[in-house]
Ligand binder design. Structure first.
Ligand SMILES: C[S@@+](CC[C@H](N)C(=O)[O-])C[C@H]1O[C@@H](n2cnc3c(N)ncnc32)[C@H](O)[C@@H]1O
Length: 321
């Protein structure tokens, strides 16, 4: 078969990387969910020795990398760095996020992966220069923060090191990854995805991993197809995620409805009991009223009232004499 005009010879072939079709074991509603297929694909084409993530939160991106490492049975070591306290963009959160992530992560990945609770600066000395094959930067997203993270971690990248930058397509508030991306991307072979807040791929090291060639040397039309492929794959996950969230919300509503129904049932039994009690009291009252009427209309009662009137008359007469 001859290559189509405009197509490079090293074609992108997702069938050679079926791990990108794996359903993620960790899927939550974060802005990274739709990049999972590409994240898994990247692990397959890079076969990295060391993966480091700066900014992990609930672990959607990180667990996708780990899942691919496990499924491909790679000899990769992974580290996730985060304070697990949040920041101004992600919002602050409590220790339940890390506890929940550990519950998922430890049983599946602890043989080759570690969650390190630290600032990014605090974690720097744990890694020698030139050792990281894949660095994912997804921390605080102002220009100053992301530039600081990029600059300080750059020396850690290996001769085939790749940096992933998330949020290169967000221009709201004081997000500034787009600005850093615009400044640095042309200094390195790169590829970018605009979907799901944007993801930038930079080849930092001088040795190009062969699996990256279809991305880094794609024609415009191939690049568009690759973007379309991963954005559609991501969309499928996002749709699934939204469906799962909807199902969970429906389940919660149904259980609230059940509780409400039970409460209504208990209240209505109580109402019936009280209304029966009221009817019984009304019956008793009617009997008493009838008895009273009998007394009031009896001859004896008439004599009693006459006697009462006579007694009053007598008392007044005695007082006036
Ligand atoms: C956008 S979230 C990460 C999202 C994650 N990659 C995902 O897949 O959903 C950013 C995280 O970076 C962490 N973070 C921000 N700046 C940090 C710093 N300087 N040191 C350590 N953690 C930081 C925050 O605690 C937050 O959990």
């Amino acid at each position: 078969m001859t290559p189509e005009s405009g197509m490079s010879t090293s074609r992108f072939n997702p069938l050679a990387h079926p791990v990108c079709l794996s359903y993620p074991l960790r899927l939550a509603s974060t802005a990274w969910a739709a990049h999972i297929p590409f994240g898994m694909f990247l692990i397959d084409v890079l076969r990295p020795r060391v993966v480091v993530e700066l900014g992990t939160f609930s672990g959607v991106s990180y667990c996708a990398f780990c899942q691919a490492v496990a499924e491909l049975k790679l000899d990769t070591r992974c580290w996730a760095l985060d304070t697990w306290r949040g920041d101004r963009h992600a919002g602050t959160y409590g220790e339940e996020v890390l506890t929940d992530l550990r519950r998922h992560h430890d049983s599946l990945y602890q043989d080759f992966s570690e969650l390190i609770q630290t600032t990014f600066d605090g974690g720097l000395d744990n890694f020698a220069n030139g050792t990281i094959d894949l660095l994912h930067i997804d921390g605080h997203h102002t220009y100053e923060s992301v530039k600081h993270d990029f600059d300080t971690w750059l020396p850690k990248l290996s001769e085939r090191g790749v940096v992933l930058l998330h949020d290169i397509n967000v221009r709201e508030r004081d997000f500034g990854v787009w600005k850093l991306w615009a400044e640095i991307k042309d200094n390195y072979p790169h590829f970018e995805f605009p979907h799901e807040h944007g993801l930038g791929v930079l080849l930092i090291g001088g040795r190009e991993p062969p699996g990256l060639a279809p991305l880094l040397h794609s024609s415009e039309s191939e690049a568009a197809m690759i973007r379309q492929f991963f954005s559609q794959m991501g969309l499928r996950l996002r749709v699934r995620l939204e469906k799962d969230l909807e199902t969970a919300a429906k389940k919660e509503l149904a259980s609230e409805l059940n509780i409400s129904r039970e409460t209504i049932g208990a209240l209505s039994t109580e109402l019936t009991n009280r209304s029966n009690l009221l009817t019984a009291k009304e019956d008793q009252l009617a009997v008493k009223e009838a008895q009273l009427n009998n007394i009031l209309s009896s001859r004896a009662w008439k004599w009693v009232t006459r006697y009462g009137r006579f007694k009053n008359w007598l008392r007044q007469s005695l007082r006036s004499n």
